[in-house]
Design a protein around this ligand. Structure first.
Ligand code: ATP
Ligand code: MG
Length: 237
């Protein structure tokens, strides 16, 4: 397994958000992490990057423990996150936002210019906007930029937190096309989404999280076939 989360616990003071979650993502897979609001999805992704308070359990990447490493080192090892909510730097241009994505890695910094061009080719919507301030981009363009910025670190695995949230249907389709293209390019993806149908259409496997625990796990075919996902989602499983 490329990414392995074991018995993960995340607590925010009295709030026990993630309770003994174990999940794994194999090299080359797209794995969907589904679940209602507040289930703990973002907490899991953030904990993998050292950005949420892990109170128990472990995370390994490429066979090595990463739970105690600073975020910057984790990113350098090839694991990165596109956080929820299209967080771009609004007062910086598209180009500047992209360059920041490679800043943590000296080797990548030397290749920044080439990599920016590669990203602009992958995200044609951004090509004509390279000098535009990110805060003036449309919602869809900002999400593209947020994903492109995380790809600047040349990750082996990408954790995507609700990339389609609040976007128009045609932009949502573009985002999912892009995720499929990333898979073709060999990027391993753990995808958190509210859009269950599109996620199951693109993923190899999935987990359903409810109240901080894994309620259901399986291949997407298994998850789709039984109706158990719907029942679990509605809390009547
Ligand atoms: N920084 C924080 N401080 C305190 N509680 C938090 C914090 N972040 C998250 N929580 C709580 O932890 C629980 C899980 O939150 P989390 O953001 O991981 O859920 P989620 O599944 O990503 O939800 P959503 O679908 O709404 O994004 C929630 O009850 C939330 O209120
Ligand atoms: Mg979330």
């Amino acid at each position: 397994m490329l990414l392995e989360v074991r018995d993960l616990d995340v607590r925010y003071g009295a709030v026990h958000a993630v309770r003994g979650v174990s999940l794994a993502v194999e090299q080359g897979e797209i794995v969907a992490l589904l679940g209602p609001n507040g289930a703990g999805k973002s907490s899991i992704l953030n904990a993998c990057l050292g950005l949420a308070p892990r109170s128990g359990g472990s995370v390994t990447f490429n066979g090595a423990p990463i739970s105690r490493l600073p975020t910057e080192i984790i990113v350098r090892r090839g694991l990165t996150l596109t956080p929820e909510g299209r967080r771009v730097f609004p007062h910086l241009t598209v180009m500047e936002n992209l360059k920041i994505g490679a800043a943590a890695n000296a080797k990548l910094r030397r290749e920044t210019a080439g990599r920016v061009e590669e990203m602009l080719a992958l995200f044609p919507a951004l090509t004509d906007r390279r000098t535009q301030l990110a805060g003036t981009l449309s919602g869809g363009e900002q999400q593209m930029l947020a994903i492109a910025r995380s790809l600047m670190s040349a990750p082996q695995a990408l954790l995507l937190d609700e990339p389609s949230l609040g976007l128009a249907p045609n932009i949502v389709d573009q985002i999912f096309d892009l995720i499929a293209e990333l898979k073709r390019r060999g990027v391993t993806i753990l995808l958190v989404e509210q859009n269950v149908e599109l996620s199951l259409a693109i993923a190899d496997r999935g987990y359903l999280l409810a109240s901080g625990r894994i309620a259901l796990a399986g291949t997407t075919a298994e998850l789709k076939s039984t109706g158990r996902l719907e029942r679990a989602y509605l809390g009547i499983a």
